[in-house]
Design a protein around this ligand. Sequence first.
Ligand code: ATP
Ligand code: MG
Length: 401
Amino acid sequence: MNATYILKPGELTLKGGNRQGFERILVQNLRKLLALRGLGGAEAQVQGAGGRFFVRCPPEAAPAAEDALDHLFGISGWARTRICEKTVESLFAACVAEGEEACGRGARSFKIEARRTDKSFPLDSYGICAGAGEAVREAVPGLLVEVHSPQALIQVEIRDRAYVYSMTQAGLRGLPVGTAGRGLLLLSGGIDSPAAGFKMASRGMGLDAVHFHAFPYTGEEARQKVIRLAGIVGAYTLGIRLWILGFTEVQRRIKAGGREEWATVMLRMAMMEAAEKLARRTGAKCLVTGDSLSQVASQTLENLSCAESLTQLPVLRPLIGTDKEEIVRLARSIGTYETSILPYEDCCVLFSPAHPVLRGGVDEARDLYRRLDLAGEIDRALAGAVVEKCGFTAPGAKAPV
Ligand code: ATP
Ligand code: MG
């Protein structure tokens, strides 16, 4: 029998009149995630009805379908559901089977919740809860009824068929990618910026990314590491186009400028200028960084102000108030951490000053930056940019030829 999954939408249920548009994009994204895993069209069907979404696929495709669901923003949870005939007998039997499974997972208490869309079913919701509850209690002595905080919540829905499930898998929540425009993520090889990209994607933002490298000071491994990170984040965002810009000359010029203590702030300003120019070409409407307030010298409030002082686009910093431990936890959960800690250098550490300015004044920063006259170098870096398509194939899958 086919595997059937039931999905519970998250925050998009609050969208009032716009809800349908959000749901349409959710379904579109789910179809794309499935197709990336070889479950396009006929192999997996996606349906939405009455505030629920369903995915059906052959049983052997279940692991791929579940992986797709684990990469979908906009759902608060999902479950593989039992489906049975709309008779009281088979419904109760399915509830007992669900109870046994919950008990096997270690649950000691349960509750039944029922929704009856098909009013012709002989029992109403109350009758289903009472009858199925009794059947489970008798058949599974390890489970006690607990209506307030049950360890297993067995849900019943009577629709075209009868569905029985426990919503055991947490969804990524947030909003479907593509409902909040497109941003350009400044992606280093570190822990923070991939996590920052994930956070913005969780609010529905599509992402492009830019990485600055300083060949030959930063090597091929560092470049590959960033491509891999973009692939991991891109698996949640239906792909990321990653622009890689050579910034060696920009950095040399900053060093030659002679104000060593300002080098990091100048580099940040140059990155912002290049990123803004790129964003205007690609249609991104904001810049996204992994800054977290006061984490390092370049991230004091003053230096952050300097960095963005010549930028017209909004600069979003979703991790600004998040401490490192929490960021590490997020990076682990999305799967970027192990790659981020690989020890290849980022271009920021090149020529980085022993005693950086901690609280740069914006006027002085702008003045110094203008005198460096970097526009030509930045344009050359943009003209030589290489673009990589990351995360457009499923993890572990072969890239299309
Ligand atoms: P991360 O872990 O993201 O590297 P970090 O704590 O190392 O962050 P910084 O090196 O100060 O912090 O960088 C701050 C932000 O600037 C990064 O989160 C990223 O958005 C951007 N950034 C830094 N280096 C690069 C780079 N080489 N290419 C693109 N963006 C960069
Ligand atoms: Mg870094």
